[in-house]
Ligand binder design. Structure first.
Ligand SMILES: *Cc1c(COP(=O)(O)O)cnc(C)c1O
Length: 379
């Protein structure tokens, strides 16, 4: 393990404390921020929000993008637009960041947990199909969960650490079962599955620009969709559902104050200009790690799955068992090289312990063994 510490300190050219992932502001960030402040349009109206939305949509290859205050709110609105209602159920993976399940819960809906694939660490189409065939039936084009008698309205797969899951197969299954596909692409900007950008397979996709993500606006998120009506509804709902009028305050439903402020968008426009440089750097780091861990039989480096190009947002390794995982975490963090275990499974948390889940063997295996290692851009 000392060898790994030296290897990491060498590629990052530092012996100081090394965070897991640091943002880099080395482009036009200050220029655009100053311009934004000088314009006084720092809030929810301004040219940077519009510019960012256009450029982001074009980058990922979707027709529309609607910027929001964070990734959780992007997911929340996406689920509302997928017609998820209180009392409905939403299938997701147990191995995800809490935001996925929080967004489902804000509506009053309940998550149902289906296992992940070992290689992608994302929702498994095989287990999804098995679950639906065993537990559900189609009634009037609704997928009814026979165990709970509730409607399964949506499915939210997540591309773990930027590694794409088998999203085309998941889409086919969802289509067949009349379940809306909403992608949690918070971690996967710059990741492609069979040449198509993640987040653009479903009806709606949500990205995050939190401080630890691949590009950041401090806090921020975006919804993408190809459906013009959904895009208009997303904009409407995230801007307090205000009906356009030169001076009157008129709101036609309960809306949300979820619009990304222009000042955050200014930062983000500058970050998006650099995303390809960041991605190249991360993929280069991954190949360095891959070579290093090839010589180690105890620790397995997580490589991009088949048919995909991964952004390698957070680099990950798989330890032999929970004891060696804990040893690894203790040692590296004591040496000032920050490492973090993967999330606790969602179904083990107090709030979700009553949610339906079937055999989560793969998720449990990964929960006990996966650790993220230094992943920041080295420029
Ligand atoms: C970061 C993240 C989100 C969104 O987080 P915000 O902090 O609200 O931007 C959602 N899902 C996953 C899996 C994430 O990693």
């Amino acid at each position: 393990m000392q060898k790994l510490i030296e290897f990491i300190q060498d590629i990052y050219k530092t012996k100081e404390f090394l965070p897991l992932h640091e943002p880099k502001f080395i482009g036009n960030e200050k220029k655009y921020l100053n311009d934004c402040i000088d314009s006084t349009f720092v809030s929810s109206v301004g040219k940077y929000v519009d510019k960012f939305e256009k450029e982001f949509a074009s980058y990922v290859g979707s027709k529309y993008a609607i910027a929001t205050v964070n990734g959780t709110s992007a997911l929340h609105i996406s689920l509302l637009l997928a017609d998820v209602k209180a009392e409905d159920e939403v299938i997701t993976q147990p191995l995800t960041f809490i935001a996925t399940c929080n967004a489902i819960s804000y509506i009053g809906a309940k998550p149902v947990f289906v296992d992940v694939d070992l290689d992608t660490m994302g929702l498994s189409p095989k287990f999804l199909q098995e679950f639906l065939e065993k537990n559900c039936e189609l009634v009037d084009n609704h997928c009814i969960n026979k165990t709970t008698n509730k409607i399964i309205k949506a499915c939210v797969p997540m591309h773990t650490f930027g590694h794409p899951c088998r999203i085309d197969e998941i889409k086919d299954i969802c289509d067949k079962w009349h379940i809306s596909l909403v992608e949690d692409a918070a971690e996967s900007l710059g990741s492609y599955y069979k040449g198509k950008h993640t987040g653009t397979f479903g009806k709606l996709g949500a990205f995050s620009f939190n401080g630890n993500k691949i590009i950041t606006s401090g806090g921020g998120g975006v919804i993408v969709t190809d459906d013009e009506k959904l895009a208009q509804r997303a904009k409407h709902l995230t801007t307090t559902a205000k009906v356009p009028h030169p001076y009157e305050y008129r709101h036609d439903e309960i809306g949300y104050n979820y619009r990304m402020p222009n000042i955050n968008a200014a930062l983000l426009v500058a970050q998006l200009e650099q995303v390809d440089k960041f991605l190249e750097n991360k993929r280069d780091l991954a190949s360095k790690y891959e070579e290093f861990f090839n010589a180690n039989s105890e620790i397995k480096f997580v490589k991009e799955p088949q048919n995909s190009k991964s952004n390698y947002w957070l680099q990950a390794v798989i330890l032999k068992d929970i004891a060696s995982r804990n040893k690894f975490l203790d040692y590296t963090n004591k040496q000032g090289v920050m490492t973090r275990p993967i999330w606790k499974l969602m179904n083990e948390l107090e709030m979700f312990k009553d949610c339906q889940c079937v055999n989560l063997e793969n998720a449990k295996y990964l929960e006990d063994r996966v650790v993220n290692i230094s992943s920041g851009v080295r420029i």
